[in-house]
Design a protein around this ligand. Structure first.
Ligand code: ZN
Length: 166
């Protein structure tokens, strides 16, 4: 099972911009397997997490993999084409923080994403609530942006143990 090492906050690769996927080939299929296996391994070890982006395993390509209850899929070359003016606050963490701490962020309540599936078919899908904030977090990874960048107040950062009491 090709579980990859997850790059951690401070690693400069996490700040790079990812490239589009052009070829929907075996190499892409292999990357998606690596993301899936690394995500599932992390979920099993840490009992948390829903998604992973390719830069987190050191691959600067626009691929995200989500493993949600009842649905798991890859989003390739995702672009946010619409976002609600309405926003909400959410405590956010990241595999690249080792989910050791959470930061309070503000995200759009609803977004519409245009992406390609593993076969290269173009899909437009609207995500709301906790899926909306998840997708905003994961798409940010493709642009070198991390949840800590949204920290507005110096006090809005807490360790996981305190987050679990919220
Ligand atoms: Zn993350």
């Amino acid at each position: 099972m090709p579980v990859k090492k997850i790059l951690l906050l401070g690693n400069p690769v996490l700040r790079e911009k990812s490239e589009d996927i052009i070829a929907f080939d075996n190499q892409l299929d292999g990357l998606i397997v690596d993301l899936r296996d690394t995500l599932i391994d992390f979920q099993n070890r840490k009992k948390i997490g829903r998604g992973i982006a390719a830069p987190q395993i050191g691959v600067l390509k626009k691929v995200i993999y989500l493993n949600l209850p009842g649905r798991h899929f890859a989003l390739i070359n995702p672009v946010i084409i619409e976002k609600s003016s309405e926003t909400f606050q959410v405590w956010d963490s990241c595999f690249s923080f080792d989910v050791a701490f959470f930061v309070l962020t503000r995200r759009h309540t609803s977004i519409t994403v245009k992406y390609q599936n593993q076969k290269g078919e173009i899909i437009k899908e609207t995500f709301t609530g906790n899926l909306s904030e998840l997708l905003q977090h994961e798409i940010d990874h493709l642009h070198g942006i991390l949840a800590t960048d949204y920290l507005v107040n110096k006090t809005d950062i807490i360790l996981r143990e305190e987050w679990e009491k919220l």
